[in-house]
Design a protein around this ligand. Structure first.
Ligand SMILES: *[C@@H]1O[C@H](CO)[C@@H](O)[C@H](O)[C@H]1NC(C)=O
Ligand SMILES: *[C@@H]1O[C@H](CO)[C@@H](O)[C@H](O)[C@H]1NC(C)=O
Ligand SMILES: *[C@@H]1O[C@H](CO)[C@@H](O)[C@H](O)[C@H]1NC(C)=O
Length: 618
């Protein structure tokens, strides 16, 4: 293990991402949730309303009462009501990666509650290596979801988080959503977060968590190999050692009630049509009690993206027979009747899926009368969203996840009494957009790093230096001049969602365009070593900063401006371990790991196949 740092290696670099911003405009409250089996409900005499029976029996009873046409329309994320049985409509798709998010369709921030607690992006929180913290974050998000539900602003309580794919390639645009590259850390994260989200009640789930995207889903868009149709080349050993453990831990240790199958195929088989993965492994070996969701429109891609089946009906049948229960989108709803008529699948295949789906809705308490009156969660409301406890948890997570990569010149911590003026330079110093990680929601409060520093330093000269994080255009001379006459210089550089996000992988690990030149010029001009704070999701190549004696400290950023200021001023010790390796640019050499995979037979793997600390240590 030379040069590159492994996850547990203190040597160097660091990480970070995000929290929040932006409030949504206020509108009226959402429509009140409807519910089944309340007192006096006409269907109350049916077994599916009988709370004394096991949910499996209740779900089977309800499914048996549905017509075939009603059944197939329950197979999508937007499940329609069945009024004759008093069954309300249900929206399966909600998101809660690091706080409730508007990405899914089920949560609305246009009523009494217009903002929610926005925790740091997962990769930052992972750097705390604290599963108690991860648990409490999951618990807080689940509580806020229940509160939103009670207020009529959530159409469901099935949250499609966490993302526990292994962060193998540093350029992956969604790596920031994950707990990193280490299967052990990711597995611990998975179990802790899921337990928090689902709550401790043995009778009623707080919310249902969904671990995604099974499996080996580690690329979004890279030179034409888009996530909708690429084939992950993975050895059975790597699958067992690396990619599957977090999913296993989700199910076995966290008791997750959902796993989502991914867009990609693995060794030629689309994951949503893979009975070995969905039925034999997840439901069989791991014993999942819950449902398998498809990533949105992944079933359509079995035919349209992977050309794995000749017709739409074959694709739908392949997914249901493999063990997928609910298809995000309407493709399975639309094509199932024809698939049944053509004999490609049977009503029993549909029933099996529906029993899994209704059992989860029942475990959420949705067939026990009005869930807003539930003794466990009925009391939660607006006061439980953005509560002081949740806000301070978000700050704690940010503080504990910021990683110090270098402090050779001993310039940190700063001392409040000694720093009366400073130059703050960089496009990420006062850019709310740059603080937002994938799947953000409207945060309850927000401070940029510049705002955080203003609490500590009286006189600040601020220059963005670049006109955006892309930094195609930089005022280098101006920034260097300000640095030259300032007592202290703090740079806020890095990435934003213009460079890395869902659907967008990077092609290089270097900082964008003129950022590096700007940093070098500012460091040269400064009186003493400068402090470099990097706000990014994924790793960047920081070789230049590591070797520059004028760059005194490299920080990760984004855990919110206040957290950064507190850490810079020594009020909180930073973390010193990264959950993902920060490689020099040369390591990736233009190939994307998951597309080629290590050959099990090759003992002498070329460098580009060996990255990840697991291989570096062999
Ligand atoms: C809030 O937004 C949702 C989704 O757009 C909409 O269905 C609902 O009617 C809105 N509620 C109000 C009160 O405007
Ligand atoms: C299915 O969804 C597509 C895309 O959202 C939409 O255009 C189409 O009308 C829907 N079909 C049905 C039958 O709901
Ligand atoms: C930055 O400046 C360049 C050059 O003037 C311009 O093309 C680009 O649109 C600007 N970007 C932003 C975000 O203002």
């Amino acid at each position: 293990m030379r040069l590159a740092m492994g996850a547990a290696d203190i040597a160097a670099l660091l990480m970070m991402v995000i929290t929040p911003a932006l409030l949504l405009p206020m509108a009226a409250a959402g429509k009140p949730p409807s519910f089944s089996c309340g007192p006096g409900a006409a269907q109350g005499r049916y077994a599916f309303c009988d709370q004394r029976l096991p949910v499996e029996r209740r779900a089977a009873d309800l499914v048996a009462r549905l017509t075939l046409a009603e059944k197939v329309w329950q197979l999508g994320d937007k499940a329609p009501a069945v009024p004759r049985l008093g069954v309300p409509s249900y929206m399966w798709w909600s998101e809660g990666l690091h706080g409730l998010s508007r990405w899914g369709r089920g949560m609305h921030f246009n009523g009494t509650v217009r903002a929610v607690t926005s925790f740091p992006q997962v990769l930052l929180t992972a750097a705390s290596f604290d599963d108690g913290l991860w648990y409490r974050i999951g618990q807080a998000i689940g509580t806020e979801a229940r509160a939103l539900y009670n207020l009529g602003q959530a159409e469901g309580l099935t949250i499609w988080s966490p993302n526990v794919n292994i962060y193998r390639d540093p350029r992956w645009g969604r790596g920031q959503e994950t707990p990193g590259e280490d299967p052990v850390t990711a597995s611990k994260y998975a179990a802790a977060f899921v337990r928090g989200l689902q709550g401790t009640s043995t009778t009623t789930l707080q919310t249902s968590a969904c671990c995604k995207h099974a499996t080996a889903d580690d690329l979004d868009d890279w030179k034409g190999a888009v996530r909708y149709r690429y084939d992950a080349k993975v050895t059975p050993q790597d699958l067992a050692d690396t990619f599957n453990p977090p999913f296993r831990s989700c199910v076995v240790d966290g008791k997750a009630t959902c796993v989502m199958c991914s867009y990609n195929s693995v060794n030629g088989v689309p994951t949503c049509a893979d009975p070995d993965l969905l039925t034999k492994t997840i439901r069989g070996e791991w014993g999942m009690n819950g449902y398998v969701a498809s990533d949105c429109d992944a079933v359509a891609l079995i035919r349209g993206g992977h050309h794995y089946t000749p017709t739409d009906e074959d694709a739908v049948a392949a997914a249901l027979k493999a063990g997928m229960d609910m298809d995000c989108g309407n493709y399975t709803q639309v094509h199932s009747m024809a698939a049944l008529q053509q004999g490609k699948m049977t009503e029993q295949d549909v029933d099996k899926a529906l029993r899994n789906l209704f059992a989860v809705r029942m475990r959420l308490g949705h067939f026990n009368g009005d869930p807003r009156r539930s003794p466990l969660y009925g009391g939660l409301g607006a006061a439980d969203v953005c509560s002081p406890a949740h806000r301070s948890l978000a700050l704690e997570a940010a503080l504990d996840g910021i990683v110090l990569l270098k402090n050779d010149a001993g310039i940190l911590p700063l001392h409040r009494s000694a720093v009366t003026s400073a130059a703050v330079i960089g496009p990420n110093a006062d850019n709310r957009g740059a603080l937002l990680g994938n799947y953000f929601g409207p945060p309850c409060e927000f401070a940029t790093p510049l705002q955080g520093l203003r609490e500590y330093v009286k006189n600040i000269a601020f220059r963005p230096g670049c006109n955006s994080t892309s930094c195609d255009f930089a005022k280098i001379d101006e920034a260097a001049a300000v640095a030259g006459w300032s007592e202290h210089v703090i740079l806020f550089m890095g990435l934003s969602q213009k460079q890395e996000e869902e659907g967008l992988d990077r092609t290089s690990l270097l900082l964008p365009a003129k950022q590096q030149s700007l940093i070098a010029a500012v460091a040269r001009a400064a009186k003493r070593p400068v402090i470099l704070v990097l706000l990014t999701g994924g790793p960047v190549d920081v070789t230049f900063a590591k070797n520059d004696p004028k760059i005194g400290a490299i920080y990760p950023g984004q855990a919110g401006g206040l957290a950064i200021a507190k850490v810079l001023f020594g009020e909180h010790n930073p973390s010193c371990r990264l959950p993902v390796t920060w490689y020099p640019e040369g390591y990736t050499q233009g190939r994307f790991y998951i597309l080629e995979g290590p050959s099990a037979k090759s003992m002498h793997r070329p460098l580009w196949l060996t990255y990840t600390y697991a291989y570096l240590s062999i």
